[in-house]
Design a protein around this ligand. Structure first.
Ligand SMILES: Nc1nc2c(c(=O)[nH]1)N[C@H]1C(S)=C(S)[C@@H](COP(=O)(O)OP(=O)(O)OC[C@H]3O[C@@H](n4cnc5c(=O)[nH]c(N)nc54)[C@H](O)[C@@H]3O)O[C@H]1N2
Ligand SMILES: Nc1nc2c(c(=O)[nH]1)N[C@H]1C(S)=C(S)[C@@H](COP(=O)(O)OP(=O)(O)OC[C@H]3O[C@@H](n4cnc5c(=O)[nH]c(N)nc54)[C@H](O)[C@@H]3O)O[C@H]1N2
Ligand SMILES: [Mo]
Length: 759
């Protein structure tokens, strides 16, 4: 039953193109967010819901993982947070009648946008083997089906348990506990496709795989470098922090192949000035070629080393390891090679160096523009080298700042959602729960797809997310999914993963962040950890979308009881009744959570310890912060080809499409566009408005094609094109991943553009 993936919305996908903007937010942003919220929720519900976002007694915004400031505005949310809330708090519903009217084959022809617009899931639904559509089932039947397939496996390692990043700490802790009691470490998560490269690089060099700055550090910095990140769309509240830093005298260098409106100018809707001109943010824009960052930082490092007095020798001598070897490698950095790899002017790099040398406190922020390349891990290690050289780790106003995506993706990892758990975690689980957790490492996302493809994995269970659309190599992933015996999705909204199923499939509908969670002991709250290691409570206030929903913790507890039976000594019933009892156990298993219930009761929550930040202690193999000296890499582009990055528009949350506009980039009413530098377009004979197929070329010789994209002349770096994810995931080869972290290299796909039969 292989259906072709849908090619956008044939009726609606008709891109219109205008000049890109040069400023973000402002009044139009408020207007857009309120309009979307009201379309989904009506006026009253929209107002009541949005006023609860990120308040100390409210719920954590299900948008991004940017932290909340200590002093909050009445409306502490952004345009895109409001869209995320509206998407969840919508009044539209996907009921059993909907599934009766839409066979799975029909759902498989629909776009992700259409699926998401249908509304919230209301009932557990089951697709029986050979059936053509989902039918309602009871929760008991649903758990029986999962148990039947899990117990029929030859080994627990034939099951895969995915997690997306919205799952609360409580649900994540229970989920990994259940999975490990069941007997496997097959716990891939969205982080594998996201900041895994940051985690790998930081753990090896600093000893902690998380960022080392708090919000106040940004406010106190002299220099903030924002590399490979588009906060105006993806972390809009970060713009307030950048604005505040600038008001305090900070300068900002932006490193990006695209001029992103949010980094040019920010019109803060919370201030009078923001309603008019707004604040300029970027002082120096380095329009780098895709994948040129390691070369750039390596050259800057050489120049720092060669400047008298620029290296913080006391810091380097006291706290670091490997300096000599690194310095020897850095000294060989070459201007010509760097200019070719980055596409930058010599004078621009010299100006950046002056700003670096004038700064006593430097922060580097980054996101997917650095993590999704073959050489992502050495690139981020080079950023660490750069900061270590001038002692910019473990002092106020300075440090590493990987800006996380999903609102609790960092917390999920802290809770043990990891396919390669350390012995510390497993020992602690063994002590606390009295079972022997599996020690062998499990599958990450890419390895899970291979296992499903090869028949080595037979059951796929997802706690949230949209695995088939978010993963690379769409056709391979979808074929892999269809080979499974059973696919199960705990979801709030309909998505493509519900339409590309194993022989049997279940949809288990769950509560969202915004909703009241009533259990045996009364109303519950959950906790989350933001991008800066702050843990706080989140309490939903809305009535659940349907009376048939279960919370994520309740789903795990009931499933665990059904699957593990009397073999488990874990008090699943008690956990379901009272989440405080889960937090008691988290406090005994996960370092930094001691006395969890008492500390999270304090409004605003608490900061997790971070040894490099707090005490300049580096829990690495050498006991010091490690300089590293990897060879410099950058993508090589064959003649007549472009390097494609797959990125987000302003109207989407990952695979959830809110609308068809990308306002800041001047694109409306369509998503099948490819942004190309006019000079490259001219060389390829592609006029603005012509239609092209994107064909990716990789070493396996397989031709991957995404048909029918409108060419948009756009001021991106030479040789570098951009198009939206997930429409272009079909082009990303499964095996094209970052070294060490195994993250799909979604930001450097070699493509040729062919005249399209479509369009
Ligand atoms: N509204 C909204 N918010 C979101 C999300 C969303 O989809 N919508 N997603 C969430 C998630 S899970 C995540 S991980 C984050 C993602 O946040 P981002 O990382 O900002 O997301 P992308 O759209 O992938 O943008 C990548 C940025 O890096 C640049 N870039 C690409 N390649 C390179 C490179 O080689 N070098 C440099 N220097 N720059 C490069 C691109 O031009 C772009 O500006 O956002 C989170 N927040
Ligand atoms: N080509 C390319 N591919 C990429 C990326 C890229 O930049 N380029 N980015 C990667 C990144 S950074 C990430 S993080 C992944 C994202 O991968 P995922 O996290 O798997 O994808 P999402 O689109 O965020 O998942 C959306 C679905 O989550 C469900 N959901 C929403 N809220 C909840 C909730 O509270 N509970 C539950 N149980 N379900 C909920 C809804 O059903 C919704 O349809 O994609 C990756 N894929
Ligand atoms: Mo992400």
């Amino acid at each position: 039953m292989a259906s072709k993936p849908p090619q956008g919305d044939p009726v609606q996908d008709a891109p219109e193109v205008a000049e890109p903007r040069h400023a973000a937010a402002g009044l139009p942003a408020i207007g857009h967010s309120l309009r979307m919220a009201q379309q989904q929720m009506g006026v009253r519900r929209a107002a009541l819901t949005l006023l609860r976002v990120n308040q100390k007694d409210g719920f954590d915004c299900p948008g991004c993982a940017w932290p909340e400031p200590g002093r909050r505005h009445t409306a502490e949310f952004c345009e895109n947070g409001a869209k995320a809330v509206a998407e969840e708090a919508t009044l539209r519903r996907v009921t059993p009648d909907f599934f009766a009217a839409h066979p799975v084959a029909d759902l498989a022809t629909r776009s992700g946008y259409w699926l998401g617009q249908q509304g919230r899931l209301t009932h557990p639904m089951y697709l029986a083997e050979g059936a053509d559509r989902y039918e309602p089932v009871s929760w008991e039947q649903a758990f029986d089906i999962v148990a039947e397939e899990l117990t029929a496996l030859d080994s627990p390692d034939e099951a895969v348990f995915y997690t997306s990043g919205r799952t609360s700490n409580e649900a994540a802790f229970l989920y990994q506990l259940f999975v490990r009691e069941f007997g496997t470490n097959n716990l891939p998560d969205c982080s594998n496709m996201c900041h895994e490269s940051s985690g790998s690089a930081l753990t090896e060099t600093l000893g902690v795989g998380k960022g080392s700055v708090l919000l106040d550090d940004l406010h106190q910095a002299d220099l903030i470098i924002v590399a490979g990140q588009n906060p105006g769309t993806n972390h809009p509240r970060m713009l307030s922090a950048l604005e505040k830093a600038k008001a305090g005298g900070a300068r900002i260098i932006t490193v990006n192949p695209l001029p992103e409106a949010g980094l040019e100018r920010f019109k803060n809707p919370q201030t009078p000035k923001g309603l008019t001109r707004g604040a300029a943010l970027t002082d120096l824009f380095l329009q780098i070629r895709l994948g040129g960052d390691q070369a750039l930082f390596r050259l800057l490092n050489k120049l720092i080393i060669e400047t008298d007095g620029a290296v913080d020798e006391e810091f380097v001598g006291t706290y670091t390891h490997g300096y000599e070897e690194f310095a020897a490698a850095a000294r060989t950095a070459d201007w010509d090679e760097t200019l070719a790899a980055t596409g930058l002017e010599r004078s621009a790099i010299e100006r950046a160096l002056r700003m670096v040398l004038e700064s006593r406190r430097t922060v580097v922020c980054w996101a997917m523009g650095l993590t999704q390349h073959k050489h992502a891990v050495p690139t981020i290690r080079e950023v660490v080298n750069f900061l270590l050289l001038r002692g910019n780790v473990g002092r106020p106003g300075a440090g590493v700042c990987p800006v996380r995506g999903h609102s609790n993706v960092q917390g999920d990892r802290t809770m043990g959602i990891f396919e390669r758990p350390g012995a510390d975690l497993l020992d602690a689980l063994e002590r606390e729960f009295g079972f022997a957790p599996p020690r062998e490492h499990g599958y990450d996302v890419v390895r899970a797809i291979r296992a499903l493809r090869d028949g080595a994995a037979k059951v796929f269970f997802a706690m949230g997310g949209n695995f088939v659309s978010a993963s690379p190599d769409t056709e391979v992933t979808e074929a892999a999914m269809r080979r499974a015996r059973l696919t199960v999705h705990v979801s709030t909204k309909l998505n493509r993963s519900h339409a590309v199923t194993g022989a049997r499939a279940l949809i288990l509908p769950t509560l969202g962040r915004t909703e009241r969670d009533l259990q045996g002991s009364g109303e519950q709250f959950v906790t989350v950890e933001d991008s800066m290691g702050m843990v706080h409570a989140s309490r939903g206030r809305l009535d659940p979308a349907s009376a048939h929903l279960l919370s994520e913790p309740a789903i795990v507890c009931r499933l665990a009881r059904r699957v593990l039976g009397h073999e488990s000594r874990t008090p699943w019933e008690e956990f379901e009744k009272d989440y405080a009892t889960i937090r008691d156990r988290i406090g005994r298993v996960i370092p930094g959570f001691e006395d969890f219930n008492a500390r999270v009761a304090v409004p605003g929550g608490f900061a997790l310890p971070h040894a490099p930040r707090d005490e300049r202690r580096f829990p690495t193999a050498t006991g010091r912060a490690n300089f590293t000296a990897a060879p410099v890499e950058h993508p090589h582009l064959p003649e007549g080809r472009l390097l494609l990055q797959t990125l987000r528009s302003h109207d989407q949350y990952n695979t959830t499409i809110y609308g068809l506009d990308d306002r800041y980039r001047g694109i409306r009413n369509g998503r099948r566009v490819v942004l190309v530098n006019p000079a490259d377009a001219a060389a390829l004979g592609l006029s603005d408005g012509s239609y092209t197929d994107l064909v990716s070329e990789w070493e396996d010789g397989v031709e991957r094609r995404a048909p029918g994209f409108r060419v948009v002349h756009y001021p991106t770096a030479r040789g570098c094109a951009a198009a939206y994810y997930p429409e272009t995931n079909v082009l990303v080869p499964l095996d094209a991943t970052a070294d060490t972290s195994n993250t799909p290299a979604s930001k450097s796909v070699v493509v040729r553009l062919e005249r399209s039969a479509l369009g």
